[in-house]
Design a protein around this ligand. Structure first.
Ligand SMILES: *[C@@H]1O[C@H](CO)[C@@H](O)[C@H](O)[C@H]1NC(C)=O
Ligand SMILES: *[C@@H]1O[C@H](CO)[C@@H](O)[C@H](O)[C@H]1NC(C)=O
Ligand SMILES: *[C@@H]1O[C@H](CO)[C@@H](O)[C@H](O)[C@H]1NC(C)=O
Ligand SMILES: *[C@@H]1O[C@H](CO)[C@@H](O)[C@H](O)[C@H]1NC(C)=O
Ligand SMILES: *[C@@H]1O[C@H](CO)[C@@H](O)[C@H](O)[C@H]1NC(C)=O
Ligand SMILES: *[C@@H]1O[C@H](CO)[C@@H](O)[C@H](O)[C@H]1NC(C)=O
Length: 271
C-alpha cells in the first residue's frame, strides 16, 4: 500500500547524511552512508510514521510482513526519510535494502543502530532471514539480500550472518528478558519520563512509543492512558540486564485489555 506513492526525500536526506552540504544524495549513496553509520540526525519532532509492508512481496520478504507504526517522541523526519527510501528500494527490487531500512525504521531510526556492523543491526538483519517457528536461518534469503543491497557494507553484513546461530524461535516464550534487540537503559529511562504520569489517552495503532534508542510496544489494540505502560516497563528495567534491556511481559492489563508489553530497541518487539 505504502509503495504506491513515490516519496521525495531530497531535503530530508541532506539532514540525514553528514557531509552532504545540502546536496541531494543519490539513492545508492544514501544507502551506503546509512549502512556505514555515517548519519547525523538532529531532529526532535514528535509524530506518527508508518512503514507498511503487509502483503508486499511475501516471497522475497517472508519474515518481515508486518506494518510498522511508530509514535516517535524525537525522530519523525528520519523515520519519514527511511520510509521514503524504502519505497524507492521496493520499486527497484532492492530486497536487501528494504530489510535494512525496515530494520532501521523499527529501531526508531536511532543513529547508533544504523551501522550495518552494529550488534543491533546484525540482530535485526538476522531476524529477517530466520524462520521464527523453526528457528532456522534461510541461506537462500541471505544470498538474495546480499545480492540486492546497494552498499557493500550491507552486502558484507548479510554475508556475515551466521547460518548456525542459535535459535531465536523461543524468544519471549518462557523468559521475560532477552539478549536480542536490547536498548540502553538510559534511553529507556528517558522514554519513561514521558510515559509516567502521562494521562494522554491512547487507542488503536500505532502500538508503540519510542524515544531515542528505546521503544515500548504492545501486542493488541487497547484504549488506555499512556501512564498505564509504566509498571511493566519499570519491571523490565529492574528485572533485565545491567546497562541494557530487552524484555516482554505477558498479561499486562491496559484499562481492561490484556496485552503483552515489550521494552526493547524496536517498535515491533510485541507485534
Ligand atoms: C499503514 O497501516 C496502518 C494499519 O496497519 C494504517 O492505520 C495506516 O493508515 C497505513 N498507512 C499508510 C500510509 O498506508
Ligand atoms: C561502522 O562500524 C565499523 C565497524 O565497526 C567501523 O569501522 C566504522 O567506523 C563505523 N562507522 C561509523 C561512521 O562509525
Ligand atoms: C540541532 O539543531 C538545533 C536547532 O534546530 C541547534 O540549536 C543545535 O545546535 C543542533 N544540534 C546539533 C548537535 O547539531
Ligand atoms: C504523553 O504521551 C504522548 C504520546 O501519547 C506524547 O505526545 C506527549 O508528549 C507525552 N507527554 C509528556 C509530558 O511527555
Ligand atoms: C488497530 O487499530 C488500527 C487503527 O488505529 C486499525 O487500523 C487496526 O485494524 C486495528 N487492529 C485490529 C486487530 O483491530
Ligand atoms: C491506568 O491509569 C489510570 C490513571 O491514568 C488509573 O486510574 C488506572 O488504575 C490505571 N489502570 C491500570 C490497570 O493500571
Amino acid at each position: 500500500m505504502m509503495f504506491k506513492k513515490l516519496f521525495s526525500f531530497a531535503s530530508a536526506i541532506a539532514v540525514l547524511a553528514t557531509g552532504a552540504h545540502c546536496q541531494q544524495l543519490s539513492y545508492e549513496d544514501s544507502i551506503t552512508a546509512l549502512a556505514y553509520g555515517n548519519v547525523a540526525t538532529n531532529s526532535s519532532s514528535v509524530g506518527e510514521v508508518w512503514l507498511n509492508i503487509t502483503g508486499f512481496a511475501a516471497d522475497k520478504l517472508p519474515h518481515i510482513q508486518n506494518d510498522v507504526g511508530i509514535y516517535t517522541l524525537d525522530n519523525r523526519e528520519t523515520l519519514t526519510t527511511i520510509a521514503g527510501l524504502a519505497q524507492v528500494a521496493a520499486q527497484q527490487g532492492q530486497w536487501g535494502d528494504i530489510v535494512f531500512l525496515y530494520s532501521a525504521f523499527a529501531m526508531n531510526g536511532h543513529s547508533e543502530y544504523f551501522n550495518a556492523s552494529s550488534l543491533e543491526m546484525q540482530q535485526a538483519l538476522l531476524y529477517a532471514v530466520t524462520d521464527q517457528t523453526r528457528g532456522e536461518v534461510d541461506s537462500t534469503l541471505i544470498k538474495l539480500y546480499a545480492s540486492t543491497s546497494s552498499s557493500e557494507y550491507l552486502t558484507e553484513a548479510f554475508e556475515n550472518l551466521k547460518s548456525d546461530t542459535s535459535s531465536q524461535s523461543k524468544r519471549w516464550v518462557k523468559e521475560a528478558c532477552s539478549s536480542a534487540h536490547k536498548a540502553t537503559k538510559s534511553a529507556c529511562r528517558t522514554l519513561l519520563e514521558n510515559v509516567k504520569g502521562n494521562v494522554t489517552w491512547k487507542s488503536g495503532g500505532p502500538r508503540s512509543i519510542c524515544k531515542s534508542g528505546c521503544c515500548i510496544s504492545w501486542s493488541a489494540n487497547a484504549t488506555f492512558q499512556v501512564q498505564n505502560l509504566t509498571n511493566a516497563a519499570n519491571y523490565c528495567l529492574n528485572a533485565c540486564g545491567t546497562s541494557s534491556v530487552s524484555c516482554e511481559v505477558w498479561g499486562v492489563k491496559l484499562q481492561g485489555t490484556l496485552v503483552d508489553q515489550c521494552l526493547s530497541n524496536r517498535a515491533t518487539g510485541c507485534t
